[in-house]
Structures are given as C-alpha cells and as structure tokens.
Ligand binder design. Structure first.
Ligand SMILES: NC(=O)c1ccc[n+]([C@@H]2O[C@H](COP(=O)([O-])OP(=O)(O)OC[C@H]3O[C@@H](n4cnc5c(N)ncnc54)[C@H](OP(=O)(O)O)[C@@H]3O)[C@@H](O)[C@H]2O)c1
Length: 250
C-alpha cells in the first residue's frame, strides 16, 4: 500500500511537518478541527472538522487508506489525541505524536501550578485583579462566575459574543515577542497571568514577559494522554516514517 499520512494539525509544528512532507513528495492530508475562521494554508490537501469520535476517525483511516497518522495537535487537545490512539489501535495504523516538552519554572519564575481549568477557576477566587487570561476561547465560560476580575484576552478571531462581559480583547494570532508581550502586560497593568503549559516557543513570550516584570503565573498543567510513540521534531517524524518502510526517495 502506498504511504498516505494523516497529519492532525492546529499547531506550528504541524505546519512545519506539512512543509517537509510536501517537499519530500509524500501523499498526505492535513486535518483542522475548524476552530478558527482563517486557518493557515498548507502545502498538502486540507480537511476541516471533527471525525465523529474514535469510530469516525477509524472509518476515515480505512476509507482514505491512511497508512500513518501523525498527531501534531496542541498538548491540551486531549480528546483528539485520545481518539487517535484508540482509532490507530483499532485499525492497526501506526501513530506517532509530534510533541513539545512542557515549560518548567526557573528561579525567577513565580508559578502556581493547577492541574486543570476548573482548578484555575478555584484558584482565582478572591480579591479583584487584572488578569491576562491566556486559556483559549473555548474555556472562557468557566471563568464567568468570577466576575470581580478585569480580564484581558488575546484571541485569533474577533468573537461574536463573549462569556466575560467587560473583558479587554486583543485580536492577534502572533508570532509574539517578549518585548511586545511585556508592553501589553504593562499597558493593561496586568497583575496575574493565567496560562496553559503549552510548551514550545510559539506561546512562550508571555511567560518570559511575566518573569521580567516579576508577575505571578497561574500555570495549568497538561492533561494526561494515553501512551504513544513520540517525536520532538518533524525530522524525527521523517526518521520514524523511514523506519516504518516509507520510501522518502533519499
Ligand atoms: N486546546 C488548546 O489549547 C489549543 C491551542 C492551540 C491549538 N489547538 C488546536 O485546536 C484544535 C482543537 O483543540 P481542542 O483542545 O478543542 O481539541 P480536543 O478537545 O481534543 O478536540 C475535541 C474534538 O474536536 C475535534 N478535533 C480536534 N482536533 C482536530 C483536528 N486536528 N482535526 C479534526 N478534528 C479535530 C475532534 O472531534 P471528533 O471527536 O468529532 O473527531 C475532537 O474530539 C486542535 O487541532 C488543536 O491542535 C488547541
């Protein structure tokens, strides 16, 4: 069977892999969940939207004759990643995840760790503060009960309605720099940063900016995902493909 990759995307790493896969002339399809209005263009065919759970993904793998799956979703996309493990097990399609190590606190960081979003909400109870809430649009509603805070949000698309009335909104999809994030935090007189432990460079600048300004960070730890093979770089994914018998033409 000729190789045909499914790249589960939505991250910078997924886009980097798609470029390398296209340059190698491999057949691939890139999948977006469909959360943003204008997803980045890709050099391979793109499909958009959920598969319909693990059974839907298994059907997709069979019907599209997918030979390998690369899960390059965000570390907090635990539902998709869990489904990928189950569907690949059910179909016998080899799976690898393209992952990034989590951030870890240095001596000048003031982090409080919480295990999930609900715990972050609990930790925010109390006196009003000016909070940079960097948790993504999907999770904002969880913070609506804590209306005493003045929130600053940074979103990819301008939302039609927000569950946090009165929140300041910056529309920007990055890339961000430490300098511009420091200026943003200062301009809005932010007292606390709430962040997922995304890892990688793409979302790191706000954490570095918080350290430079001596601001505390409420750090939401990663969800647990079932064990799977992991690669740290697109090059390692290509090595894994070569070891799995895919002809890369080199
Ligand atoms: N969570 C974050 O903080 C974050 C940050 C940056 C980017 N992203 C990206 O945004 C997307 C959604 O993240 P999430 O946290 O909402 O994921 P999630 O909770 O794990 O996914 C929920 C459902 O959305 C669908 N889905 C997710 N990723 C998909 C993909 N790449 N292609 C097709 N369907 C997908 C699947 O639906 P079905 O069950 O119907 O298949 C999945 O079960 C992911 O692709 C992720 O890489 C997420």
């Amino acid at each position: 069977m000729p190789a045909k990759l499914l790249i589960l995307g939505g991250t910078g790493e997924a886009s980097a892999l798609a470029r390398i896969v296209a340059e190698a002339g491999l057949d691939a399809v890139f999948s977006y969940a469909g959360r943003v209005d204008r997803p980045r263009e890709q050099p391979v065919p793109v499909r958009v939207g959920g598969f319909g759970g693990e059974d839907g993904l298994a059907r997709f793998l069979r019907s599209q004759a997918i030979s390998h799956v690369v899960d390059a979703t965000h570390p907090f996309a635990a539902g998709m990643s869990t489904n990928a493990v189950a569907a690949c097990e059910a179909t016998g399609v080899p799976l690898i995840a393209l992952t990034r190590p989590p951030w870890s606190a240095g001596p000048r960081d003031q982090w409080t760790h919480v295990p999930h979003i609900a715990a972050a909400v609990d930790a925010l109870a109390g006196v009003p503060r000016r909070v940079f809430l960097a948790v993504g649009r999907m999770h904002l509603a969880a913070f609506a009960a804590l209306s005493q805070h003045r929130y600053l949000l940074r979103l990819v698309d301008r939302p039609e309605a927000l569950p946090l009335p009165g929140a300041g909104v910056v529309i920007d999809r990055g890339p961000f720099s430490v300098e511009s994030d420091r200026a943003l935090l200062q301009q809005h007189r932010i007292e606390l940063v709430v962040s997922k432990n995304a890892g990688g460079d793409g979302a790191r600048s706000k954490i570095d900016a918080a350290r430079q300004l001596g601001l505390p960070v409420l750090m939401i730890d990663r969800p647990v995902i079932p064990a799977r093979d992991e690669a740290r770089t697109p090059a390692q994914v290509m090595e894994w493909l070569a070891h799995s018998g895919v002809n890369l033409g080199v």
